[in-house]
Write a protein that binds this ligand. Sequence first.
Ligand code: LLP
Length: 409
Amino acid sequence: MQRNESNQYHIQGLSPEKLVQEFESPLYVYDAGTIRQKVGELQSAFQAVDLKIKYACKANTNLSILRLMRELGVELDVVSPGEMQMGVLAGYTTSQITFTPSGVPFSEVKQAVDAGAIVNLDSLPLLEWFGQTYGATKPCMIRIKPNVAAGGNEKIMTAHADSKFGISVLLLDSILDIVNRYDIKVIGLHQHTGSDIKDAAPFLKVADILFDAAKHFKDLQIIDLGGGFKVSYKPGDGITDMKLLGSKISERFQKFCQAYGKPLQLWFEPGKFLVSESGYLLTTVTVVKEDPARNFVHIDSGLNHLIRPMMYGSYHHILNTSNPSGPEKHYNVVGYICETDTFASDRVLPEVRQNDILAFMNAGAYGITMSSNYNARFRPAEVLVDHGQASLIKRRETLEDLLRTQMGL
Ligand code: LLP
């Protein structure tokens, strides 16, 4: 969100107030320009290697966002048949889609492989089943758990020894035994460390572990280092230094390719990095309660629309776009759900009044995709702003949407 000469907030020239007037509140708004910029940043940081970006679309599966990614040459990482279908509907071929499941029914893996997608196999029983079912006839990738703990909080760390994800690198002998027994064509090794990882060190560590394991596979074409780059959540926040990471990883990757004896592709599958900062959740203040203990600001939204603060204690920066120059006060910003859905405690904001618009930043990733219909509330509409134009890319839900699957009406 930018500010103009008169200090008013806007997204590509459109004020949050105008957007809410046109599309109603609450509203998810995405800025296509930011997505383009993030894709470019990643591409340029890794220009020295054969990079492929696989967008982890669990972050945001709106078809218009997926189509934009496709136009930008970004492919897809999916975790369910549903996400795969969304990708196909957005125009991806199944060969551009990687399926990275976590302990799913093998039938889902079969569906993906038979459709032409590459799967990251994440357990020894699945690898054995793959060998029995396909032998050397279909390529696959293997998800390795490198036993490295990194990430913004425990809930979003996925590569430490206690994590459920992938096959421990300590089981490499068992992996190789199955691969050799069935002559499985392993074309890639994959790992995903976690989310919100700022420093280069964990990325370098897991890369080295994967390069080391890779020496034992003869058919590799791909090393996939997952996602997890840290984005900025508040002004002055530390973020992954992409240029630095790009140069360090690229250098090691090139050395590895030389030792391996052939050029490989380097894949990343970011979610947050590509879309988090592009998105805003615009909400309207329903009531300001000046309680003896706290000033409470209630908004027309809650954990049903943006659960990250309640689920992970995540910080989302909030702007009072209706009163940007007002005197500062302390507030607890809370939702309208019948649970304690606190978005922010003791937050300093320009004075908040009833009907003001509060904009939540970093709402592009894991916002709408983690939303629910709790309290029989409708999901907000979604709008994409591109070249100064706002388009409705998903309408607001209605009661009919909630009732569609109920029997006995
Ligand atoms: N690849 C795999 C296999 C993943 O599991 C994930 C995220 C990603 C890539 C993308 O990670 P990212 O670049 O977005 O950090 N809901 C949590 C984040 C959970 C991420 C789960 N996996 C949040 O809102 O912080």
